[in-house]
Design a protein. Sequence first.
Length: 405
Amino acid sequence: MQPYDWFIPEVEEFVIQRAVLTLKLNKAIRYYRELIVPGIGGVRFGRQFSWTLAALRIAPEIKKYSAVKIANSIEALAGKLEYRKTGDVNLRGIRAFQRYEDEMSFDKLSQSKYYVRIPYRMATVRGLHGLGFTNQARFNSMQLTQIGNDLADKFLYQDKGGKGGKSIENALIDWILNEKDINIPEGLIRQGITDDEKSIIRKRMLSDAVDNMSNPHRRADLINVYKPSFMKKDFNMEEIKRNLPSAQQKEFGIAQAFDAMLSNARELIQECAKKVEDSGGSGTTADKIYKKVSKTTNIVVESGKKFLKIGEGSKILHADSVNFARDICNLDKDEKQILLYVIERDGAILKKEQGTVIKKGPLFFRREEIKNTDSENDNAEFINSDMSSTREKIEQLYQLWSDCQ
């Protein structure tokens, strides 16, 4: 078993959000993201932790609804209250909020129809265990650690409670069981995170990673490099790398080389897809298009060679990435075989049939989503951050850190 395989969510937590070109390298992608930034899952702001921990704490108390249902409803309520307070049209769930402006009951907001199909909770699961807030990695079996209970306390027992001076916990339980309207916008919304919550999350972000990699301090090392200028929106990846310990610089370089190889292979599929579309849609053959994509094909091969060279002698390479790189490099004298190999690795945007025939795959018409992952408000802050790049993963870390200042 590769490190971090135990982070993979169970089936209930997986929903296909969009067309994502992983080329059967899902485990390798997840591995390199965790190698660089361990333990935060898809969390981008502090309240993601608080909302989900609150649900895990409340569910056993009321026993009527699952923690999943309660977690989804709490963040939906928080978003709806924020919308009512600010009128922000960039919130996740804004379309449903505008469509059903008067719906505020637990029964309604716990349904995807009244919020979103993919809540923040799904991006939060691995971060809960990765930062030590729970003692299990799978959501349905999670139990809060002392640290998790401390954070839940700071959220649930803050002064900004509901009507009649209730705590947020009692106000939420009343709302869940009685389906009454609720009036705790300041205490529940994303921007309402308290200094106490921020302090706990910051300490966990600076703590050692709970995996078995050689450098458990690498998350803190990245944060410490970033700390002097954490309010800056732009940062230089090479400057960050230069200021890291030498072993971490090596890991950084390997992850970047993997990103480049994967990105170039994705680009090759996109170019081939355009040729298939130009052919009238009935399909084409590798013989007809390989010369038209030869430049990108060569780039794919060179990036594979570079990845193997940078990682030469390293013990931290993921086997799937090494096998992929070796395969494309072994085929580098036959461009047709390279592009057919990459297309077969995909099978979603394009598919290979009958020898060298290339046809549209089941997700052909969704391929533009790969280039525009933030094209829809409800899908802002792409939750599947494990499928992102090293740069995007570091940006996510810094976004979370900045939110907790």
